[in-house]
Design a protein around this ligand. Structure first.
Ligand code: SAM
Length: 375
């Protein structure tokens, strides 16, 4: 049984466009005769070449966003089937194992998967942090479905508590992290914080991880914690202030380091410096850590003792030719025939690549890791 291997219906117009795009192609391959207003707009404004894109078997995918169900929003069409990728295929491109089951509506799967930190990236990060710090217990704030948590678990960490306010992501989190106490609710609410503190009070918390949403970071001016738009970042800082873990890890979008000519990042740094942390920020390319996806995220690491620079994992794959491909990620998954809204899943094939074998639970993480170093 392959969980969440469900795709998303295409409108007739979208289907007309999708069939005319070859592997590696995009909206530029769609004939002018296709009557699409959106396409007209894209043509006029010279839209990004990822739009209406079709994945290439032999390359990694582009970033899997929360819109992978919409062909016009990125490169989400299957390399050889006329449909967008299924939720499981998106999860594979994000390095979630096949036994990680996503709960919720089809639309919510896009949000949960697209928002996640690839577990494999989380794993290499966690492993390196473990090498340099004596740490074991973790709290995951803004945990979502739990991609980052999964990576830390793989590295042997114990996630003692987690929080999110998105019901469907919380359901997924509970299913896949049975040993973690999940506090569901808005972190700004006193009773939610109380429940979280009740959970962690008697335990030693070594690391707080999480990616507070950063809508207000792009506006310069006062300190980030004083800007009311950054209320969620402020919550994160307040919780760190009270718990005082040895390490903090924050995940954020690629642009955070350069936003506002670097002033936003300086302000983040200051917020943690005031609490005694030395903080660094670095852009990590998931594809260089064995994830078959060109996802880049900024990971900020703050430590009370030592040098945060030592907590960043060394890249494993630097040569583009060695990156894992879409083929290695999803080729073994059964074909889905999109047939008048019904999805008929055809033959199930066996995992072929080491990546597929690992995600299907046929080889260990250790063996998969060795295979990465051999590439
Ligand atoms: C980028 S996602 C986190 C992804 C997660 N780290 C992972 O790897 O799967 C950010 C999360 O913040 C949560 N969030 C936003 N506002 C929140 C609030 N007020 N209280 C708690 N969680 C919140 C969202 O529901 C979302 O799941």
């Amino acid at each position: 049984m392959i969980h969440n291997h469900i795709t998303y219906p295409l409108s007739e117009l979208d289907m007309q466009m999708v069939v005319s795009v070859p592997q590696g192609g995009n909206w530029k391959n769609i004939p002018l005769s296709v009557p699409s207003k959106r396409l007209e707009q894209i043509r006029k404004s010279g839209g990004r070449t990822t739009l209406y894109g079709r994945l290439s078997w032999n390359k990694p995918s582009f970033t899997v966003t929360t819109y992978f169900n919409r062909p016009g929003n990125g490169t989400y069409v299957h390399p050889i089937q006329n449909r967008v990728i299924s939720a499981r295929e998106a999860a594979r491109l994000q390095s979630f194992p096949d036994d990680f089951i996503f709960s919720g509506t089809k639309g919510s799967l896009c949000i949960q998967i697209g928002n996640a930190v690839p577990p494999l990236l989380g794993y290499f990060l966690a492993k390196q942090i473990k090498k340099h710090t004596k740490t074991k217990n973790v709290v995951d704030l803004f945990c979502g479905a739990g991609g980052l948590s999964k990576g830390f678990e793989w590295a042997g960490y114990n996630i003692i508590a987690a929080n999110d306010n998105y019901k469907q992501a919380c359901e997924t989190y509970r299913i896949n992290h049975p040993n973690t106490t999940l506090v569901e609710g808005d972190i700004t609410k006193t009773e939610v914080k109380k429940a979280l503190f009740n959970e962690i009070n008697n335990k030693r918390v070594d690391i707080i991880i999480g990616g507070p949403p950063c809508q207000g970071f792009s506006h310069a001016g006062k300190r980030l914690v004083d800007d009311p738009r950054n209320f969620l970042f402020k919550e994160f800082v307040e919780i760190v202030k009270q718990v005082k873990p040895k390490v903090v890890v924050l995940e954020n979008v690629e642009g955070i380091l350069t936003m506002n000519n670097g002033k936003s990042f300086e302000s983040i740094k200051e917020s943690f410096q005031e609490l005694g942390y030395k903080l660094e920020g670095k852009k990590l390319h998931a594809v260089r850590y064995g994830v078959p996806q060109k996802r880049k995220r900024v990971i900020m690491i703050g430590v009370l003792d030592g040098d945060p620079k030592e907590c960043y994992p060394t890249e494993i794959l630097q040569d583009e030719n060695k990156y894992l491909s879409v083929r290695e990620a999803i080729e073994d998954l059964p074909e889905i025939v999109v047939n008048g809204g019904r999805h008929i899943i055809e033959k199930v094939t066996k995992p072929i690549s080491d990546y597929q074998k690992f995600l299907a639970g046929k080889i260990t993480l250790e063996d998969f890791e060795k295979s990465l170093y051999r590439r």
